[in-house]
Design a protein around this ligand. Structure first.
Ligand SMILES: C[S@@+](CC[C@H](N)C(=O)[O-])C[C@H]1O[C@@H](n2cnc3c(N)ncnc32)[C@H](O)[C@@H]1O
Length: 427
């Protein structure tokens, strides 16, 4: 690994960003899986720079490709294409000095024998892009890849999908959930209080340095992700199962409300994060590491929150790598697992108990369709629509099966993640 010198300032971060983009688009890995290993040897400032560069470029990858299209008679090898994409993003999207950007990506091509003969192409194409920079702002919002755009078009229609894509390009603000409603914390964070009770914090560079982090006054949680536990409305002393708990955002909401919460997750490493998060917040919970489909208990629960494993397509604002790392092939397996988990949850619930089912997905298959199927399988089950009408939730977001949020909601305030939430009771 080379180190930065004044001559090649930014090269280490760019090399790593290119390796990360290759890992996502060629090896189909999620950034969260590859970031630790690929950035381990970088200086903290370069690590942050590489992460920012690849994340922001992924957000506008379709735009980069549109800029490059007219200058490429044939798509070059993926590694070369990714260098061009990063170069375009840096020149047009980030407004970096074009001379340094072009030189860096040409140098990176020279570093590998296989790509060294593309250095002339990279040089020529990026220079042409510099001349056409003004085109960038006139390009439409980046489109999702076809494999994901197609089902979303079927679910929502073109107008909504275009609005969702525009919201994805904007990225996501930082939202936090307060442990206790505390005006001092609100003031110290200079945050906006959102209609649903979450706080939106402006201009964050380092979350751990924000007021109240050390004291456990709040945790990071998107405003939409905070809705399922609010809808569950945990009561002091109730026994509640958080059936897919890690990393623990909803467990902490339930615990902070004074309920006795069992936090279950199949992943030992992810459960460690739940425990760490609970410790930082000084909140109790009973951690259980096991497959929810095998979990049994004699003492049925008063309420269950099932935040089922899903495609996470509602979180693309935060994870723009997802549409490029995935191709939808694992989706049917997830839909089946969600169905099994709903049935399992019902078997662990008191007859008068309530089950909140939610997914951070935009796909109807993982929300409304799961509810319709569950009602057909369990004739004694009903959806409690009244329970979904909590403060700040627009009644238009509620359909016959439950509450649907989308990234294009609250556009002026900065949007929200896509979620589906419903509350089941037995008739
Ligand atoms: C959407 S995440 C949960 C997020 C969490 N509720 C929160 O608010 O922080 C889904 C979780 O389901 C867990 N999971 C996947 N399959 C599972 C299974 N069969 N049993 C229990 N947990 C499972 C995953 O490890 C993952 O942590």
């Amino acid at each position: 690994m080379k180190t930065s010198s004044s001559k090649d300032a930014g090269l280490d971060a760019r090399r790593t960003a290119l390796a990360l983009l290759d890992a996502v688009t060629i090896e189909n890995r999620l950034l969260s899986e590859v970031l630790p290993a690929k950035t381990a040897r970088l200086e903290p400032s370069d690590r942050a720079r590489a992460q920012r560069l690849v994340t922001e470029a992924l957000r506008v990858l379709d735009r980069c490709d549109r800029m490059l299209g007219p200058h490429l008679s044939k798509r070059p090898a993926p590694h070369v294409m990714n260098a061009l994409r990063l170069g375009v993003y840096e020149i047009c999207g980030a407004g970096e000095a074009s001379h340094g950007v072009v030189n860096s990506y040409v140098s990176l091509m020279q570093e590998r024998q296989k790509s060294s003969h593309f250095k002339g192409l990279v040089n020529a194409v990026l220079r042409k892009v510099v001349d056409e920079g003004a085109k960038w702002d006139r390009l439409p919002a980046p489109m999702l890849p076809k494999w994901l755009r197609k089902p979303l078009l079927a679910d929502y229609g073109k107008e909504v999908v275009v609005a969702i894509e525009a919201a994805h390009a904007q990225g996501a603000p930082l939202d936090v959930t307060l442990k206790n409603t505390n005006v001092d914390t609100l003031m110290a964070l200079s945050a906006d209080l959102l209609p649903t009770g979450s706080l939106r914090v402006p201009n964050v560079s380092q979350v751990t340095k924000l007021a109240g982090f050390e004291d456990g006054d709040w945790w990071v949680q998107d405003a939409a992700a905070a809705l399922p536990a609010r809808i569950l409305a945990p009561q002091k002393g109730e026994r509640i199962l958080d059936m897919c708990a890690a990393p623990g955002g909803k467990t902490m909401q339930i615990s902070a409300a004074g309920a006795e919460v069992t936090a279950l997750d199949i992943s030992e490493s992810r459960m460690k994060r739940v425990v760490e998060n609970l410790q930082r917040m000084y909140l109790p919970a009973i951690p259980v590491v096991m497959d929810a489909l095998e979990y049994e208990t004699k003492d049925l629960f008063d309420a269950i929150l099932l935040d089922a494993p899903c495609t996470a397509t509602g979180t693309i604002r935060r994870h723009p790598d997802l549409p490029y790392a995935k191709d939808g092939s694992d989706f049917p397996g997830l839909f089946e697992l969600q169905e099994l988990m709903i049935d399992r949850a019902l078997s662990l619930l008191k007859p008068e108990g309530r089950l909140v089912y939610c997914t951070c997905s935009l796909l109807i298959d993982e929300g409304e369709e799961q509810v319709r199927d569950a009602l057909a399988r369990h004739p004694d089950l009903r959806v409690d629509l009244e329970a979904l009408k909590i403060p700040g939730v627009d009644p238009n977001w509620i359909g016959p099966e439950g509450l649907r949020t989308r990234p294009d909601f609250w556009p002026e305030a900065g949007g929200m993640d896509g979620f589906f939430v419903t509350l089941f009771r037995r008739s």
